[in-house]
Design a protein around this ligand. Structure first.
Ligand code: 7RM
Length: 646
């Protein structure tokens, strides 16, 4: 979001108060803010009682900046907390997962069913040699087996690394190698708008460059033909047939690793964000309960893919720890028709919907008819995550999906934060469209300027945290130095999230978006350096600079400026070829929207590409400070060319 839009945002003066009815029944009250500000650690200590601990912790927090340990000496198991403990209550026959496939096939797993499937699969993994500490990579569609596989890993204490099914073979390969995973779990394919994405074939390609994988477990989903490598590849359904149901949950230290999740940063190499067990589970279960105001009879739907942090925290660990009924859908919003989401809400009487601004803007474009033709009166709460939601989209969501009766929670957080850090509490906080409002109880956030000083209300700067929170990342996998340099080195002892924001006179936060070299395409993070390195990997390309350009549906789109090597000329179709190349290297989500060929890129005298100026050009703004530019004529050329081609 650019500054002029933010100015408009800050003059946004519509206010939405929770209804008395909602307020009177809300799980969280304003006392939470008061209690947590009086005794922050006491507050989190109390929240830890939500979980079942095999052994109690002795100390809430051990903080040696920038390394935090929460719930010292505590022993627990995340899978046990999501599954086993519910079996001792009336919830054992409650639906844990209601699944619908793209083709309309469906399955319901009660907590008892989930327990059986997870325990059996944990035994399968054990029989393949997986034990506490071993890494397992999961590359699956949005099917219950993805959740089963994650929980089975957690049961054994084997950290999982889930790779979004939209990632390419190459991305999969890099991530398997980085984690040195022993087992890969994938499927024959994944349905996508009536077609089949060949996940197993991608995995086979990836594994050509991998030495650590001993076995591949293949879930049958699409029934397309796959090659099974003798001795290495095994069918899930065959392994499960004879697997035993009893498999004890491994007692894990609160600080033992629960999972690794790769995310893009400012370099070409994705970071393996490490989350541990105790603090993470306390953070996600508390926030899930309060932010979504979870009631026993809710049908909760988070539309994210389990391959992203939103899926980890708010499809799997938070909701299941809380004994929720989670609705899970395999497909896209427009297949077979553009009312698919509304059809599903009507069919399953979904009560809570958590989705992304890019989806909302897409629905807006399709028009209100689709939701209006369906009965959405079951909905009682709406959520938004992934990028700033523009007030127009907020109001549309409120009106056409929420029927003007559902509170909207705009939740700000990151892969690294593990849990929601800024959000309204739906029964407490008055909302302002476009603002994620205030930090969650027990969380402290600040906005500081370049010099590290807090900015006064009404001004903007960088969002940072000085105090750790329970679900905070603990390190970058195998690279603690990168953890320190990426997150804790801009200002001494301060966590920097990479986002800019303003706060208003009421202390409400308004997110401006990333200030680093990360592009947020439809809520997915893509590093400019990743796209650039994919481009220069092509033998014709000399140099590339990528930027995020404002896009009315995706939020941002990837736009690239490319120079060719000596002897190569721009030919027809070259831009398509390069776009394909990027999609192949990284995944379709990184596919550039536009590629511009140029003889030179704007650089500083020390040779740094000035992406800021490229953004100015792409978004049609007056150019910012050009005093450090080595050769100003480059810009005139680029501007002219850009406008001609647009
Ligand atoms: C949960 C998730 C993190 C980045 C973050 C922001 C942006 C996320 C919001 C948001 C404005 C929001 N994890 N972001 N939520 N911006 N308002 N409510 O998305 O690691 O994939 O991305 O997403 O820029 O830094 S993520």
């Amino acid at each position: 979001m650019v500054a002029k839009e933010l100015e408009a945002l800050l003059s946004e003066n519509r206010r939405f108060k929770p209804s008395e009815e909602f307020q009177s029944k809300a799980n969280a009250t304003s006392d939470a803010y008061k209690e947590s500000s009086e005794d922050r650690l006491g507050f989190w200590a109390k929240q830890s009682e939500r979980l079942t601990w095999f052994e109690p912790w002795t100390e809430v927090l051990d903080w040696k900046p920038p390394f935090a340990k929460w719930f010292i000496d505590g022993k627990l198991n995340a899978c046990y907390n999501c599954v086993d403990r519910h079996l001792k209550t009336w919830r054992r026959n409650k639906a844990a997962i209601i699944f619908e496939g793209e083709n309309g096939d469906g399955r319901v797993l009660t907590y008892q069913d989930l327990y059986r499937e997870v325990s059996k699969f944990a035994n399968v993994l054990k029989s393949l040699g997986i034990k506490k500490g071993d890494r397992v990579t999961i590359y699956l569609p949005m099917i219950p087996e993805a959740v089963i596989a994650m929980l089975a890993c957690a049961r054994l204490g084997a950290p999982h690394s889930v790779i979004f099914g939209g990632f390419s073979a190459e991305s999969l390969k890099d991530r398997i190698n980085d984690a040195q995973a022993k087992v890969l779990i994938t499927s024959d394919g994944s349905f996508r708008k009536g077609n089949v994405v060949p996940l197993k074939a991608n995995a086979d390609t990836a594994l050509l460059g991998v030495n650590c994988i001993e076995h591949v477990v293949v879930v049958k989903r699409t029934e397309n033909k796959v090659q099974m490598q003798e001795g290495r590849d095994l069918w899930y359904h065959e392994l499960m047939k004879d697997a035993k149901i009893v498999c004890p949950a491994e007692p894990m230290d609160a600080e033992d690793m629960l999972f690794i999740l790769y995310t893009s940063g400012t370099t070409g190499k994705p970071k393996g964000v490490v989350h541990t067990t105790g603090g993470y589970m306390v953070g996600v279960s508390t926030t899930h309960d309060w932010v979504f105001d979870l009631k026993e009879d809710d049908v909760y739907w988070c539309t994210a893919d389990v391959g992203w942090i939103t899926g980890h925290s708010y499809i799997v660990y938070g909701p299941l720890a809380n004994g929720a009924t989670v609705f899970m859908y395999e497909g896209t919003p427009d297949y077979p028709a553009k009312d698919r989401f509304w059809e599903l809400i009507e069919k399953y009487r979904v009560t809570i919907l958590y989705t992304a601004p890019t989806a909302i803007r897409t629905f807006m474009k399709w028009g209100p008819n689709y939701p209006q033709e369906r009965d959405l009166t079951s909905l009682r709460l709406l959520g938004s995550v992934g990028e700033p939601i523009n007030p127009e989209a907020w109001i549309w969501y409120h009106k056409y999906i929420g029927g003007e009766r559902c509170p909207i929670v705009d939740t700000w957080w990151q892969t690294e934060t593990g849990m929601i850090l800024m959000t309204p509490l739906p029964g407490v906080t008055e909302t302002k469209p476009g603002s994620c409002t205030v930090p969650f109880p027990g969380v402290k956030m600040e906005i500081i300027d370049q010099a590290g000083n807090p900015v006064p209300k009404g001004s903007g700067g960088f969002i940072v945290a000085r105090e750790p929170w329970p679900a905070m990342l603990r390190t970058v996998y195998n690279d603690p130095e990168r953890y320190v340099s990426t997150y804790w080195s801009n200002w001494e002892g301060v966590y920097f999230a990479g986002d800019g924001a303003k706060w208003d006179e009421d202390g409400y936060f308004w997110i401006l978006g990333r200030v680093d070299d990360v592009i947020n395409v439809s809520g997915h993070r893509i590093g400019t350096a990743e796209v650039e390195s994919a481009l220069v990997d092509n033998s014709m390309v000399a140099e590339a600079a990528c930027i995020g350009k404002e896009h009315d549906v995706k939020g941002q789109a990837v736009v690239c400026f490319v120079t060719l090597k000596e002897g190569f000329k721009v030919m027809d179709g070259l831009d398509d070829e390069l776009k394909k190349h990027v999609a192949k290297k990284i995944g379709a989500l990184a596919r550039p929207e536009d590629i511009f060929f140029t003889a030179e890129l704007p650089k500083t005298r020390s040779g740094k590409i000035m992406r800021r100026l490229l953004r100015d050009i792409a978004e049609g703004r007056a150019l910012g400070d050009v005093s450090t530019l080595a050769d100003a004529s480059v810009l005139d050329f680029l501007k002219k060319k850009y406008n001609e081609e647009e």
